[in-house]
Design a protein around this ligand. Structure first.
Ligand code: HEC
Length: 118
């Protein structure tokens, strides 16, 4: 391997380690239930478990291309709004799909009462 290749590999490994530490080494990305949908409906009335799980699928498929998909409990609900807004275009998500990702993340955010998905 040439020098540039080695440097790139080192950067990739460092990034991977940083993300693993940020996620506390445990990835908690639970499936949403009706109870989770009822809880988040206090903020977004009428949200269904199906919508939340669609958001989860998008999170797993679109937010894991550059780094591991983040665990919802890494941030508080408000912070996820900003984060998803920032990451939406990079992920090629439509505004409507990004809303589902945001609702899923908010439903299991660190400042939410623990959902049934744990
Ligand atoms: C095209 C690559 C790419 C995609 C797709 C992507 N991210 Fe990121 N993400 C990054 C990079 C690069 C960083 C490092 C910090 C930065 O550049 O903002 C990052 C950092 C983060 C962080 C750490 C906090 C921060 O701002 O540094 C979170 C949380 C995050 N991304 C969430 C998401 C979510 C949620 C999605 C899906 C909606 C997503 N990412 C999709 C590239 C991506």
């Amino acid at each position: 391997m040439n020098h540039a290749g080695t440097a790139r590999l080192a950067v990739a490994i460092a990034a991977g380690v940083a993300l693993a530490v940020a996620g506390c080494g445990r990835r908690w990305i639970p499936e949403a239930t009706d109870a989770d949908a009822a809880r988040i409906s206090a903020r977004w009335p009428g949200t269904t478990a199906t919508q939340l799980n669609h958001g989860r699928t998008l999170l797993l498929s679109r937010c894991g291309n550059c780094h591991l998909p983040p665990s919802p409990a890494e941030l508080q609900a408000e912070a996820w709004s900003d984060e998803v807004r920032e990451m939406r275009e990079r992920s090629g998500l439509s505004v409507a799909d990004a809303i589902l990702v945001e609702r899923y993340l908010a439903a299991f955010a660190s400042d939410q009462p623990r959902g049934t998905g744990r």
